[in-house]
Design a protein around this ligand. Structure first.
Ligand SMILES: Cc1cc2nc3c(=O)[nH]c(=O)nc-3n(C[C@H](O)[C@H](O)[C@H](O)COP(=O)(O)OP(=O)(O)OC[C@H]3O[C@@H](n4cnc5c(N)ncnc54)[C@H](O)[C@@H]3O)c2cc1C
Length: 270
């Protein structure tokens, strides 16, 4: 039987995931996807990662299998749980027990794009929720609007960013979607040192709403994702976002910001 070979970074648009994969391979790192690890052997300091069809020798093994919400104490106390068994909270961080509040990676949040509860454990939300709990228990009424899942990370010299929904997540949330993936430059044409920026953008064909954006590039990605993130919070349409007055000067980007070029291309499909 031929085993499916899962895509590297399956949540990232294929063209963008290939750029990340290439960056990693260029640094002589081998990627094996679809290998189920069964055990790690250690005989006399000699490590072996044993998979079903593959055994790899190792000097050191770093296991990064994701995180889960630490909600056992809340569950044992009969407090309602949300997605992925995170602790369900309202917009003031109150749990189903009005005497108990929850904040941080253990708690859920509303996804501003879908309007549904979600569990996206990231630092800003955790920190903001902690402050909001302190305010609320001390009598200052603070309600949080939710998250859009804005995240950035660096792979060697490459910046990878996302905000909102990818196409699969948008379809699962009931949206009819259109998507584009564009390539543009990190600096103006005549400016030396430019590199490629890849942008993928998803919109709702029924309402024209912007649903999500992903971006990969060697410069100008990590903070550029904040423009579509704010647009998602404002529930902008792709057309409204395409009209925004974003900055331009040759060292920082093309005249049309990469986000605007993606929005203009996406508009043609909506
Ligand atoms: C390697 C790594 C890199 C990350 N990078 C980013 C990033 O770049 N951007 C980003 O947004 N997020 C990032 N995150 C996620 C971010 O760190 C978390 O979202 C954030 O720390 C969550 O804060 P928290 O207070 O909920 O939990 P934590 O920071 O995990 O704090 C929980 C604390 O509670 C303690 N604790 C647990 N159980 C008990 C108990 N029973 N009694 C007493 N104390 C207990 C723990 O020891 C810990 O000190 C990263 C996470 C990791 C692991």
């Amino acid at each position: 039987m031929v085993k499916p070979n899962p895509r590297f970074l399956p949540w990232l648009k294929e063209e963008l995931a290939e750029v990340v994969e290439e960056e990693i391979r260029a640094k002589s790192v081998t990627i094996h996807t679809g290998c189920r690890m069964t055990r790690i052997d250690n005989s006399g300091g000699h490590l072996q990662v044993v998979c079903e069809d593959l055994t790899l020798d190792a000097d050191m093994v770093l296991v990064a299998t994701g995180v889960l919400p630490n909600s056992e104490i809340a569950a044992a106390a009969g407090i309602e749980l949300g997605p992925n068994n995170s602790i369900a909270v309202d917009n003031r961080l109150m749990t189903s027990d009005p005497h108990v509040y929850a904040a941080g990676d253990c708690a859920d949040a509303v996804h501003v794009v879908t309007g549904q509860k979600t569990w996206i454990p990231l630092a800003l939300r955790a920190n903001r929720a902690g402050w909001a709990v302190a305010d609320n228990v001390c009598g200052r009424d603070i309600a949080l609007s939710g998250v859009v899942g804005t995240a950035v990370f660096k792979v060697f010299d490459l910046q990878v960013a996302r905000t909102g929904l990818n196409r699969k997540e948008a379809a699962a949330a009931g949206f009819e979607t259109a998507e584009v993936a564009i390539k543009t430059r990190s600096r103006a044409h005549a400016h030396p040192g430019a590199s490629t920026i890849h942008v993928s953008m998803v919109g709702d064909t029924n309402t024209g709403r912007l649903l999500g954006t992903q971006m990969v590039g060697h410069e100008g990605v990590a903070h550029r994702i904040n423009a579509p993130a704010v647009a998602l919070h404002a529930q902008m349409t792709v057309e409204q976002f395409s009209q925004t007055d974003l900055s331009y000067a040759p060292p920082f980007g093309p005249t049309w910001d990469p986000c605007l070029t993606a929005a203009n291309q996406l508009l043609k499909k909506l």
